[in-house]
Design a binder for this molecule. Structure first.
Ligand SMILES: [Zn+2]
Length: 385
């Protein structure tokens, strides 16, 4: 599939009302209500705080594919990409016809609307829905689990965001996207179900690696018995995990979302055309792994206790009480030889004077100054800009 030329027309199907990560349940309900009649909308149930969780069915083909997003309320990229997909599916073109003839899609955007409201990972009971498959004490987990049992899909797309601190092994670039065919057992075995997920990912990777060279990694495949992806894989649905990570100068993930949409479309096309059946598992296994070799901020040539060091600084991002913005708290994460690392922002502190203190694992609370010009400055974990 020529994903490049599709993305060249991205603005024709981009859902422009979702323009940052902080949209809410009411915003997506407005969009769902406007979908054309070929989309069949069903309310599956309600969240802890009474917000509807909806499934949207589309397509008349035999291969069933279930896609769900935002189990973690602060992971909004997959939901934005799904609404781009809804717009795309309402266009006239060959791929849309192919998908319509070959597949039946069941799409559940925003599994965790209460989390999205507060911009938190967890639901209103403070539980991580993606660690609640076995106990199923949250209504959201119950709904998602039941939806898979009822629909019994061949393929599943589990749509998440990952930390911006993952990089791609061997490249020192952010892992803008990561893929994974989750394990279904502790031994990380490969059966036909998981293998099909791997082969579809190999197809997606082939398409996307051209657009995002060296910025796609393989997510950690350790078995998590409480997670949905692992359990859906075990239940016979070939499950594909997509994670949105970091990209330079894209804090609201509007650029990443395009690649995310392209990944979903590429995967759906692979399934519809059955091109994955001629893929090789080695191509999946050759995708470089995620690793942690990037910082949010890296400062080289700081004189600390008489020696020349590099300082790696990362932030934690927390939601403000309005759920519509965040604040960042910076702390010192590494000191020493960081010459093999990269960062979203890098400073060169040669000949600068350190004011304040740099202490490992403590909040950043210092300035670097030369001739009364400040290179970078932090106050109790806040970056002064
Ligand atoms: Zn997640």
């Amino acid at each position: 599939m020529d994903i490049k030329s599709i993305l060249a027309h991205y603005s024709a199907f981009e859902e422009k009302t979702l323009s940052n990560r902080f949209f809410k349940h009411k915003d997506i309900i407005r969009l769902i209500t406007r979908l054309s009649l070929e989309f069949n909308v069903e309310q599956l149930g309600i969240s802890v705080k009474g917000k509807s969780i909806n499934a949207i069915k589309w397509g008349k083909g035999e291969t069933k594919v279930m896609l769900w997003s935002q189990m973690h309320g602060d992971e909004a990229t997959g939901t934005m990409a799904l609404f781009d997909l809804f717009n795309f599916l309402q266009k006239e073109n060959e791929i849309v016809n192919l998908l319509n003839e070959s597949c039946e899609l069941l799409i559940i955007p925003m599994v965790n609307p209460d989390g999205a409201e507060m911009f938190t990972r967890r639901n209103a009971q403070q539980i991580d829905i993606n660690r609640d498959f076995l106990q199923t004490v949250t209504p959201e987990a119950k709904i998602l689990r039941q939806a898979r049992e009822n629909f019994n899909p061949h393929f599943g797309f589990n749509l998440h965001d990952q930390t911006t601190l993952w990089s791609v092994d061997g490249t020192l670039k952010p892992a803008t996207l990561s893929y994974l065919a989750p394990a279904f057992d502790k031994a990380v075995s490969i059966n036909d179900v998981r293998k099909n997920a791997m082969l579809v990912i190999a197809d997606i990777y082939q398409d996307l690696n051209e657009l995002l060279p060296q910025q796609i990694g393989l997510f950690d495949d350790e078995y998590e018995p409480r997670a949905f992806g692992d359990n859906f894989q075990n239940a016979g649905t070939s499950t594909i995990l997509i994670e949105a990570g970091g990209y330079h100068n894209d804090p609201e993930k509007q650029k990443i979302r395009q690649y995310y949409f392209a990944s979903i479309l590429s995967g759906l096309a692979s399934i519809a055309q059955k091109s994955y059946t001629s893929q090789r598992i080695e191509h999946y296994l050759s995708i470089p792994k995620n690793t942690k070799q990037i910082f949010h901020i890296l400062i080289h040539n700081v004189i600390l206790n008489g020696i020349d060091v590099s300082v790696g600084i990362n932030y934690d991002e927390c939601p403000n009480s309005d759920g519509c913005s965040t604040y960042k708290t910076y702390s010192i994460q590494d000191i020493g030889d960081l010459s093999f690392c990269e960062a979203y922002a890098t400073y060169e502190a040669k000949n600068h004077t350190l004011k304040g203190e740099i202490a490992f694992n403590k909040l950043a609370n210092f300035s670097l100054v030369m001739d009364s010009v400040t290179l970078v400055s932090f106050e109790n974990g806040n970056l002064i800009e």
